[in-house]
Design a protein around this ligand. Structure first.
Ligand code: NAP
Length: 483
């Protein structure tokens, strides 16, 4: 089966922060790949903007280096790279200054789609929005893309939303959570809502519990000072894990359209019960053989910021009453792994002998490292040894059935940037969703601060603190292995 690449309409995309880490590693190589696949129209233009003073040729050389470094060799070729680089230009602009704006205004074409990617610190969003309007650059149908962190708490998120709302309508704002751009996350919606098989079982009557894990092997690295002001709860749970929870738990939207989907996600966040202190475990990684401890990495021996958090969450609605959702995320864990796992209940009555060995069905949706979905089903072990049961994975990725192209999925950023150009906000967070997530997160963090709560140390490259294992053990359950 040949993949269908549907070209988007002609556009001018301005990337503020075009010399930064995110642009270099993700945005620019992603755009090149869309260009090479024929999705980006040949006349579309990308305009880099940052304070660094350089001409277009120097910027093109920087982009060439980024693409060569961050694109697999079999996904780049000289001709398409040269053609792509010809689409690039550069304007030196300080978000807080006055220079360069008229040059940018002169560069923009009147009738093509306009998108502005704010790949800069959130403190600059307001300056950029103001100047794009002050210099009459952004049209009323322009799109802006903003990155996480979207606020530090509810108050700052509200202020950021208000800053953007002063110049842009909500329908123009694309808040990126790249987890939503993953193929398997969208497949989760297809599996749930395009099949009759799962939805009747997708509730507290048949689902024992759900586990959502986002584990990283890396430590805080060079981001120590920034990370220590944030921690796992703000950096990962409030956004990525919350989004995965919403897509897993939401009701079927009436249509697969942006507001219908986001309305249902919002209802899930609003239905979250406050989390009891005894249902949360926080940790900080210890030194490994060759790696420093969290406290060394952040250069603050007294830091009480968590690099790991695990929690048991309840959704107070009819569908999920009594089914816990266990969330866990951390740095310096045994492996890099993100997955959503639905543990179904056992059949109500077993007709087989106890020693036949029955196991409940498990549906796992893996986001990384290898995107894929599988369902464990119990069958009879082949052979003449009587009725012995085994569970076997039913691979639901179907890459083979769909041909080689199905395995060659675009990176989340590629897909999301093309969605911006297409004007499709379904996989982007709406302002009220972000605020609702902070409204739930803030009291938890304030509780830790009020109690002077101290994270527990955990072994580097492990599955987190012992207490996190206990969080499930005491409910007669266990986490899936990290790895
Ligand atoms: P970065 O490496 O520090 O780059 C920042 C960019 O902003 C540079 O191009 C810088 O270029 C430009 N810049 C700084 N001050 C400016 C100003 N006053 N006016 C115009 N341009 C200015 O940051 P980054 O890692 O790329 O992150 C960009 C945004 O994405 C941040 O909001 C970050 O939180 C978010 N994000 C990043 C990642 C990631 O993996 N890197 C992941 C998720 C979210 P000049 O110095 O030349 O101006």
């Amino acid at each position: 089966m040949v993949s269908r690449v549907i070209p988007v309409d002609d556009f001018d995309l301005v990337i503020f922060g075009a010399t930064g880490d995110l642009a270099r590693r993700k945005i620019l190589p992603g755009l090149y790949r869309r260009f090479r696949d024929g999705q980006m129209p040949p006349e579309a233009r990308i305009i880099g903007a940052a304070r660094t003073s350089q001409d277009a040729d120097a910027f093109r050389a920087f982009v060439r280096g980024a693409i060569e470094e961050f694109t697999p060799p079999d996904k780049q070729d000289g001709d398409s790279l040269t053609a792509f680089l010809a689409r690039l230009s550069y304007v030196a602009i300080d978000a807080r200054g006055t220079e360069g704006w008229s040059d940018l205004a002169a560069t923009m074409r009147p009738k093509v789609i306009q998108a502005f990617y704010f790949s800069v610190a959130p403190a600059l969003f307001g300056d950029l929005a103001e100047r794009l309007h002050g210099h009459n650059i952004a049209r009323s149908d322009a799109r802006i893309v903003v990155e996480k962190p979207f606020g530090h708490d509810l108050a700052t998120a509200k202020a950021l939303n208000a800053t953007l709302a002063a110049h842009f309508d909500e329908s123009q704002i694309y808040r990126i959570d790249h987890y939503l751009g993953k193929e398997t996350v969208q497949n989760l919606m297809a599996i749930r809502f395009a099949n009759i098989l799962f939805e009747p079982l997708w509730n507290a009557q048949y689902v024992d519990h759900v586990q959502i894990t986002v584990a990283e092997q890396v430590g805080v690295g060079g981001r120590g000072a920034y990370y220590d002001k944030s921690g796992a709860m703000r950096d990962m749970v409030q956004n990525h894990l919350m989004q995965l929870l919403c897509l897993t738990a939401m009701e079927p939207p009436s249509h697969f359209d942006p507001d219908a989907v986001r309305d249902e996600k919002l209802k899930v966040i609003r239905a979250l019960d406050p989390v009891r202190p005894e249902d949360i475990v926080r940790g900080q990684y210890k030194a490994g053989e060759k790696t420093a401890a969290y406290l060394t990495d952040v250069e603050d021996a007294k830091s009480r910021t968590e690099s790991f958090v695990a929690m048991k969450v309840h959704i107070a609605n009819w569908r999920w009453n009594g089914t816990p959702f266990y969330l866990r995320t951390g740095k310096r864990m045994r492996a890099r792994m993100s997955e959503i796992v639905i543990h179904f209940k056992e059949p109500p009555h077993s007709i087989f002998d106890e020693d036949a060995g029955t196991k409940p069905n498990v549906l796992s949706i893996r986001l990384q490292p290898d995107e894929g979905i599988d369902l464990s089903v119990t069958i009879k072990e082949p052979g003449p040894g009587g009725m012995r049961l085994v569970d076997v994975p039913l691979d639901m990725t179907f890459a083979e059935a769909l041909g080689a192209d199905a395995a060659d999925v675009p990176d989340a950023y590629e897909r999301l940037i093309m969605d911006v150009i297409r004007g499709n906000q379904t996989l982007f967070m709406r302002g009220d969703e972000v605020e609702a997530a902070w409204r739930w997160t803030d009291p938890i963090i304030e509780g830790w601060q009020g109690r002077n709560d101290r994270p527990v140390p955990y072994e580097a490259f492990s599955s987190g603190p012992e207490d996190a294992l206990m969080l499930l053990h005491r409910d007669g359950r266990r986490w899936r292995e990290v790895g």
